[in-house]
Design a protein around this ligand. Structure first.
Ligand code: ATP
Length: 237
């Protein structure tokens, strides 16, 4: 079976700084796959490279078996890869509705209004506040809007960078429940998380990224039980 996304021996540098040295992983259609690892391990850089915002130094990125690393970011989005970035990057002076419309800018079909309604069904609080400016919202509400905006491109692959960052435990749970709901509705998910426990618990497969390299991989529940993972990322000795 061809994976929806396959990253092979990826290296990415910022000038002389090699942020990603040899990262390899695959995301199967319909799966939730997470990349975990400490701060600065290269996870965000990996997602930005898949999105076309950075170019690899070497390695291959395949979407349904076809190389995408040379394509423009908007073309990669049109091919079905959406990126919900770290820190949300919403337009704070624009309303909920305007932020969602921006997420749909690559679409040429007439289903945008129906998809906006789907986002409001998923997150009723956004529907109630559709005409309010996004900058007024709490961290959890902004994260919902950032996920909703990414969903507006109707992605096949949704990449989420640290969706639980800065959220309360209850709001974190709500976001992780939503990720499961999106998977059940047919979206494939690549998740980057500091919260390794919660991420692995809901993942079909996980990869540990350490100093720019993928060092361990396996089904989420197996990595959760792995002593090395527990010691390094779950705060256990
Ligand atoms: P975090 O969870 O903290 O974002 P990460 O695993 O996502 O960590 P990256 O943000 O990809 O890691 O960073 C990988 C390495 O690249 C780090 O050493 C970081 O300092 C460096 N780096 C990231 N962005 C830049 C940049 N724009 N210029 C130079 N170095 C950078």
């Amino acid at each position: 079976m061809t994976a929806l996304l396959e990253v092979q021996n990826l290296s990415v540098a910022y000038g002389a700084i090699e942020a990603v040295r040899d990262v390899s992983f695959a995301v199967g259609e319909g799966q939730i796959v997470s990349l975990i690892g400490s701060n600065g391990a290269g996870k965000t850089t990996t997602l930005r490279t898949i999105s076309g915002l950075l170019r690899p130094k070497s390695g291959t990125i395949l979407l349904e078996g076809k190389p995408i690393a040379d394509l423009a970011a908007h073309t990669i989005l049109e091919r079905g890869v959406a990126h919900c970035p770290e820190g949300r990057r919403l337009f704070g002076r624009m309303t909920v509705e305007e932020n969602l419309q921006l997420g749909a800018y690559v679409r040429k079909d007439s289903g945008v209004a129906a998809d906006m309604q789907r986002v409001y069904d998923l997150f009723p609080v956004l529907g109630q506040r559709r005409t309010l400016k996004a900058g007024l919202f709490s961290g959890g509400e902004q994260q919902m809007l950032a996920i909703g905006r990414a969903m507006m491109s109707r992605p096949r692959l949704l990449m989420l960078d640290e969706p639980s960052m800065g959220l309360s435990p209850i709001m974190t749970q709500r976001i992780f429940d939503t990720i499961k709901e999106l998977q059940a509705a047919g979206t494939t998910i690549l998740l980057v998380e500091q919260n390794a426990l919660a991420a692995l618990a809901l993942s079909d497969r996980g990869y540990v990224v350490d100093l720019g390299r993928t060092t361990l991989e396996g089904p989420g529940h197996e990595l959760l039980a792995d002593e090395r993972v527990r010691a390094a990322y779950l705060g256990e000795d």
